[in-house]
Design a protein around this ligand. Structure first.
Ligand code: UN1
Length: 496
């Protein structure tokens, strides 16, 4: 069966009919076209936003546990269609099938989390300084929520946002990457089926808008959108963040990462090798959490670097639908060009480069590159969305931590060490400056239970678990006077 027929079959299983349109869709598996979709016109966007606003006004009045019931049913629909959706994810973005399945599992997990949350949107009660008064906080629904997602996690990151936004009482508008519109339409079709059987769901509660960057910009600028949750490059986030700030819209930005790990001389080196490999090579280096820089202690550097180079060279790269392969293709030719220009820059700086070659087959398949750097500079200071790992030696942990923190991004980090003092130092206020700091696991592969996001140029937003839900709601502080006097706070007198 050709990939195109495979896609049509899977879309059929998912109940998704796609009418062809002006945006061609390709699979990175062999670069062939697998369909086309329609981009939204300005009039369609306008109508969609009106629907989203009206849907929000109705949805926010429904009790939160009832909203959770919708998300519970959606989670079950995902369970029923996990294999089909995972296959479509793999075909459209090229990640190995086990990671495609993991991505759908991540959607199911966040649905479960959000269902529980729908009975726990707790506010505080606060002691008032005035007699006969009490204070409390309430969390209210915020408004239509725009979710801008990236090609590398075409459905899971949307689900983090969608599941929370829905239980919080917001309507959702999804602008997927133009490289992965089919998975978005398929997920919307699944949700539509669940919505059709759910009496209390207003029309337009969840919508997909397909388009390029200008479509995203138009949505970000629109005052009907109250929250923008955007995943993508720092460049995209800077533009979206500034446009949103100009109209005081809320944002949750999950942008680039330039993630580092430290391998101490006191590490379990076999475990460290496996952790480093998955984070650096998994998903062909196309996760925002991918490991890009590795600081190895001088005493173990030569041995560790030799093992790492050998292991990276033996990673099976190839068709992601074949479970024998641990890494699939890069998303497109541009990705390979950026990889090559980063490697060329490193080469000019005198780095020693191992791997990084392109495989001779249709699609853009590259061997992972391990790059031994003389100095912490050049391409190592920025994110290149490809399997390149820059290696550095260190002798003082504090120096390694300082270098790790010296880049623009602040998403994920980890230390491999069995020394409690080193690990706690790394996790302390003067340790890693990232939103995610791990011990004895790599930088990627976070679970949904924790808040996900990073500092500095990563944008500062938090999605997924912990109390990230608060970003999807507005807080109201209420002071209630149940006395017959009217004392003022801070003892201010205003006697009339
Ligand atoms: C991303 O690459 O945008 O922690 C998200 C991870 C995944 C999510 C990555 N759970 O690697």
């Amino acid at each position: 069966m050709s990939i195109r027929m495979d896609v049509d079959f899977v879309l059929g299983q998912l109940g998704c009919t796609v009418s062809s349109g002006d945006l061609p869709v390709h699979t990175p598996i062999d670069g062939s076209q697998i369909g086309s979709v329609k981009t939204a016109s300005p009039a369609e966007i306008d109508a969609a936003l009106n629907r989203a606003l009206n849907a929000f006004l109705a949805w926010r009045t429904l009790p939160a546990p009832r909203r959770g019931e919708l998300v519970r049913r959606f989670g079950n629909a995902l369970r029923d269609h996990k294999a089909d959706l995972a296959r479509l994810v793999t075909i459209e973005c090229g990640k190995p099938i086990s990671e495609g399945e993991g991505e759908v599992q991540e959607m199911i997990d966040i649905c479960d989390f959000a269902v529980g949350l729908s009975r726990q949107l707790h506010g505080l009660t606060i002691a008032s300084e005035r007699p006969g008064h009490r204070m409390m906080e309430q969390w209210h629904s915020l408004g239509p929520t725009l979710i801008i997602s990236a090609f590398n996690f075409p459905v899971a990151v949307w689900a983090w946002n969608a599941a929370l936004a829905l239980v919080c009482g917001n309507s959702i508008v999804w602008k997927p990457s133009e490289k992965t519109p089919l998975t978005a339409l398929a997920v919307q079709a699944l949700l539509d089926k669940v919505l059709a059987d759910f009496e209390d769901a207003p029309d337009g509660l969840s919508q997909v808008i397909i388009g390029a960057r200008d479509t995203g910009a138009a949505l970000v600028a629109d005052s009907r959108i109250k929250l923008i949750s955007a995943t993508g490059s720092t460049e995209m986030g800077r533009a979206a963040g500034q446009a949103a700030a100009a109209r005081f819209a809320r944002t949750i930005l999950e942008l680039g990462g330039n993630n580092a790990a430290i391998v101490s001389n006191k590490a379990d080196l076999d475990l460290a090798l496996r952790g480093v490999l998955f984070s650096a090579v998994g998903t062909s280096g196309q996760r925002c959490t991918s490991l890009r820089r590795l600081f190895v202690h001088d005493a173990v550097y030569d041995d560790f670097a030799a093992k790492l180079k050998a292991a990276a060279a033996s990673i099976p790269v190839g068709d992601p639908l074949d479970t024998a392969h641990l890494a699939g293709p890069l998303i497109d030719e541009n990705a390979f060009e950026r990889m090559q220009s980063a490697l060329a820059e490193a080469n000019e700086m005198g780095a020693r480069i191992y791997g990084g070659e392109r495989l001779d087959r249709p699609g853009v398949y590259a061997r992972p590159a391990i790059v031994e750097m003389e100095s912490h500079a050049g391409p190592a200071l920025r994110e290149t969305f490809a399997p390149i790992l820059y290696l550095f030696r260190y002798s003082e942990l504090n120096d390694a931590i300082a270098l790790q923190n010296s880049v623009g991004a602040g998403l994920s980090s980890s230390i491999f060490s069995l020394d409690m003092r080193e690990c706690e130092m790394f996790l302390s206020a003067s340790g890693s400056d990232c939103g995610i700091a791990n011990v004895n696991i790599g930088t990627s592969g976070a679970e949904i239970g924790g808040a996900f996001g990073g500092e500095k140029e990563t944008g500062g937003g938090r999605e997924s678990g912990s109390d990230a839900w608060k970003g999807y709601m507005r807080r109201a502080t209420n002071t209630i006077n149940y006395s017959n006097a009217l004392p003022l706070a801070q003892g201010v007198r205003f006697d009339v």
